[in-house]
Design a protein around this ligand. Structure first.
Ligand SMILES: [Mg+2]
Ligand SMILES: [Zn+2]
Length: 218
């Protein structure tokens, strides 16, 4: 049933020094506001911090990310920042926040959609474009990866990409995800689930990214 090329994590990482490793990597895709830093909540709805002065990394996030990093996960922030398209936030402000987060947290990549819904881009969550692009660039197997987010758009983007979804439920007064694999209260709780997940392979197993790179040994 399982394709022969599926190997265990240990095999793929230890036995093949210097040889192309077929097993793709695993990622945890992280929504930003409400997952890594505290969202500004007004009328039970979340908003991004307006700038560095409002930026507060949530408790236990550094430890949770360090544990995931130590377990070998690629850590990719995937965030919608439509206020840039709406003209109420400057792109430089968003970038300054990401620089600040990158300073103190073991994050590998920041993927940002600066569009608004009317732009019909393929990266604004619930579209899975941010996850797909990061997966391509970093040899990540989406079926073996996770998304953690606090809004339905995050969970739907993860579902469309084929990831396991973990919803951080703050009981916001807004549309809720139709389904999620896990419902949690914090990134720390999500990390514990991810780190103890015995069945990371979904949909029959194996990397789904097309297998490029046939020749070129060297
Ligand atoms: Mg959020
Ligand atoms: Zn976009």
């Amino acid at each position: 049933m399982a394709p022969a090329r599926v190997t265990s994590k240990a095999e793929s990482e230890s036995d093949q020094v210097g040889i192309h490793v077929e097993m793709s990597r695993r990622a945890v895709f992280l929504d930003r506001d409400g997952v890594i830093n505290r969202a500004m909540v007004r009328d039970r709805r979340p908003y991004p911090p307006a700038g560095l002065a409002d930026l507060e990394i949530l408790p236990d996030v550094p430890e949770a990310l360090n544990c995931l990093k130590a377990a070998g996960f690629v850590l990719v922030v995937v965030t919608n920042q439509p206020d840039v398209a709406r003209g109420t936030t400057r792109r430089e402000t968003v970038e300054a926040i990401h620089a600040k987060l990158a300073e103190s947290l073991p994050l590998d990549d920041f993927r940002v959609c600066y569009h608004d819904s009317g732009d019909a881009c393929d990266c604004r969550k619930p579209e899975p474009g941010l996850l797909m692009a990061a997966a391509r660039d970093r040899d990540v197997g989406l079926e073996r990866s996770y998304i953690v987010g606090d809004r339905w758009r995050d969970i739907e983007a993860g579902r469309r990409a084929g990831c396991t979804t973990l919803f951080v439920d703050y009981d916001y007064d807004e549309q809720q995800p139709e389904t999620c694999d896990y419902r949690v209260k914090s990134l720390a709780e999500a990390a514990n689930i991810i780190l103890s997940d015995p069945t990371p392979l979904r949909g029959g197993g194996g990397p789904t990214l097309e297998n490029e790179d046939q020749g070129d040994p060297s």
